[in-house]
Design a binder for this molecule. Sequence first.
Ligand code: 1CP
Length: 340
Amino acid sequence: MIFIDACFRKPTPYTPIWLMRQAGRYLAEYKQTRAKAGGFLDLCQNVSLATEVTLQPIEILDVDAAILFSDILVVPLEMGLPLEFLAGEGPHFRRTISTMSDVVTLKKGAHKHLDYVYDAVSSIRAKLPKDKALIGFSGSPWTLATYMIEGCGSKTYAKSKAMLYKEPRILTSLLEVLTEELKHYLEGQIRAGANAVQIFDSWANALECEAYIKFSWHYMKEIASYLKRKYPHIPVLLFPKGIAGYLDKINGDFDVFGVDWSTPMELAKQTLGRKYVLQGNLEPSRLYDLDSMQRGVDEILSVMGKQAGHIFNLGHGMLPDLPRENAIALVQMVKDKTRR
Ligand code: 1CP
């Protein structure tokens, strides 16, 4: 699997590529399968339909890795917070976390109630071509905590940050509970057949440097070192979004650092490129325009070259209205331009 080789900085015939949110509404095939499933959560919980949408981008784009189709929010759901996906509005929790007693009453052992995810992983791995890797994933404790505290996506993270500064013990307890669940959840995905795991810290940029290291990166590192100790052959990828200013504080036992589009690749290479393989970081909106996309690819490759140490990806997820032809062209372009 060239994706796995690349995660360990081994030579590969070209720079492997996959796209965050590569399964999704920009594909008509996804919309059809989603309609068959009913709601979005029904799709996540239906093993055969989740398998189908995971495999669609492999067929259509010919990327080097599939990413499990699920959502980061199934973990808080199984911890006892009822979750809805409202049309056009995104995720919504009816109950939220604001007190220590809310944290204490969360269900422990949620990772034991996520068989629909582990079954999807096994089903996908069984159907995936042998040379393509399957990436399992979770949210980071901090990113999940923001949804559990705010109840939905947020622009300011006001409640989460008020808790951080006024009641840090409550936030810390929540982050600790999540960290335990996520270690075992990712381990469950590895046991079911995931070849690599990525932790998404999508709302990393909500925090100033010191708070980021203490309330988010610390827990990401703890999960990564737990997994690396037990499963050294499984690459661990960490993706904190929007922390270009804190790269010199990044350390820990993991394999691949996901570079978001707001971080100059040159800076990531200078700061982290010797220690970690770098993944990224094309600004997804460049896919609206073929010339802009090509220039973006050339800029990234002029920094990262053709040598081992780079996995191509977007710097955040595919958007629902990006043209699929450009996603197909991107994958081909990266393979052609990096062939050794
Ligand atoms: O069909 C639909 O309309 C639902 C849109 C959708 C999709 C396609 C949601 C709701 N989740 C997903 C799938 C998903 N989510 C994947 C699948 C695999 C793939 O990449 O192809 C993954 C990895 C995620 C992870 C996820 N969910 C993250 C982290 C990654 C990121 O993009 O930052 C986050 C923050 C979520 C929460 C979430 N779920 C869905 C939405 C619209 C959101 C974001 C809401 C917000 O902006 O706050």
